[in-house]
Design a protein around this ligand. Structure first.
Ligand code: SAM
Ligand code: DTB
Ligand code: SF4
Length: 326
């Protein structure tokens, strides 16, 4: 019997009990679960690029790119293929192994812009990088086209619990989100799906979110845990970012629930000290965003990340690496 088996039949009460364990006990188990499936010290480095910025018709209360809020973000149409490939080349040279392209779209339309995204996927993949995209809702046919172009992963976050979702976003439903994840899965893409802490949700909502993610079959291969980055002009401009303890608790719980997945310490890392980030890695985070910028906000500076990797003895995870044999 494996110590920390991969299971998708987690009960809500089991997730709640895990989430509420004394923190150091939770971390100790997360350390063991992490080592069972991953080489400790290996951290996946992903770089994000916003390929189409702002002007999004959705009303996500946290987002700098919604057309409904005055956030000062410079709207930009879909970038040219050459600019994206050049950014991917630079990301690779800086040590990234996964390149993630984000578009401020409600959904993909099957038009010339989508054809251009497919070309971007083909060309970035040809550089030997894993390619991820986050483009909003997808149909099964679009998911298939992305897969055929060489996309590795599709990012589509559940963000929070099903019951709190309507407090954050009213222009689409949780069910819509789950349908897109299903379309991507059916097309053979790996999934990247996680959430945000600090939307004003309760502990129950965090437990619900983790329960939903951990009962997807199979689990998302990547689970980003974002801390809210409060954006002036959005309804969540005054949101209180989670404490490091809340981040660590969510990461450790996710690590035990989905032991084979990569848990990404995503947005909000810039605000954490090296000591706080070390605690997140110990608790099971093994993926980060590397580079100057996330989509519209600054990320941890590359020089600080290099120093952190040296200090903690972390190594970049190679592209397309598998987890440890069971
Ligand atoms: N439009 C697509 C969508 O919503 O799926 C893709 C881009 S969207 C910006 C990607 C994800 O970034 C969101 O689902 C959310 O989880 C995260 N995000 C956006 N703004 C954020 C913020 N201010 N703080 C933390 N996470 C954020
Ligand atoms: C994810 O979970 N977080 C990233 C990526 N996936 C697309 C986005 C974070 C965005 C932070 C706010 C911004 O830069 O606009
Ligand atoms: Fe649009 Fe995505 Fe931002 Fe929501 S999170 S407003 S869908 S870009």
């Amino acid at each position: 019997m494996e110590a920390f088996p991969v299971r998708s039949d987690w009960r809500r009460d089991e997730v709640a009990a895990l989430y509420r364990r004394p923190l150091l006990e939770l971390i100790s188990d997360a350390v063991v679960a992490h080592r069972q499936y991953h080489r400790p010290g290996e951290v996946q480095a992903c770089t994000l690029l916003s390929i189409k910025t702002g002007g999004c018709p959705e009303d996500c209360a946290y987002c700098a790119q919604s057309v409904r809020y005055q956030t000062g973000v410079q709207v930009h149409r879909l970038l040219d293929v050459e600019a994206v490939v050049e950014a991917a080349r630079q990301a690779k040279a800086a040590g990234a192994t996964r390149f993630c392209m984000g578009a401020a779209w409600r959904e993909v339309r099957s038009n010339r812009d989508f054809e251009r995204v497919l070309t971007m996927v083909r060309e970035v993949r040809a550089l030997g990088l894993e390619v991820c995209a986050t483009l909003g809702m997808l149909t099964p046919k679009q998911a298939q086209a992305l897969k055929e172009a060489g996309l590795t992963a599709y990012n589509h976050n559940l963000d929070t619990s099903a019951s709190y979702y309507g407090k954050v976003i009213t222009t689409r439903t949780y069910e819509d989100r789950l349908c897109t994840l299903e379309a991507a899965r059916q097309a053979g893409l790996t999934l990247c799906s996680g959430g945000i802490l600090g939307l004003g949700e309760s502990e129950e909502d965090r437990i619900d979110l983790l329960h939903t993610l951990a009962t997807l079959t199979p689990h998302p291969e990547s689970v980003p845990i974002n801390a809210i980055v409060p954006i002036p002009g959005t309804p969540l401009e005054q949101a209180e970012p989670p404490s490091v303890w809340e981040m660590v608790r969510a990461i450790a719980t996710a690590r035990i629930l989905m032991p084979r997945s990569k848990i990404r310490l995503a947005a909000g890392r810039e605000k954490l000290s090296p000591t706080e980030q070390a605690l997140c890695f110990l608790a099971g985070a093994n993926s980060i965003f590397l580079g100057e910028k996330l989509l519209t906000t600054p990320n941890a500076p590359p020089s600080a990340d290099q120093a952190l990797f040296d200090l903690l003895g972390l190594r970049p995870l190679p592209a397309f690496a598998d987890t440890l044999p069971a």
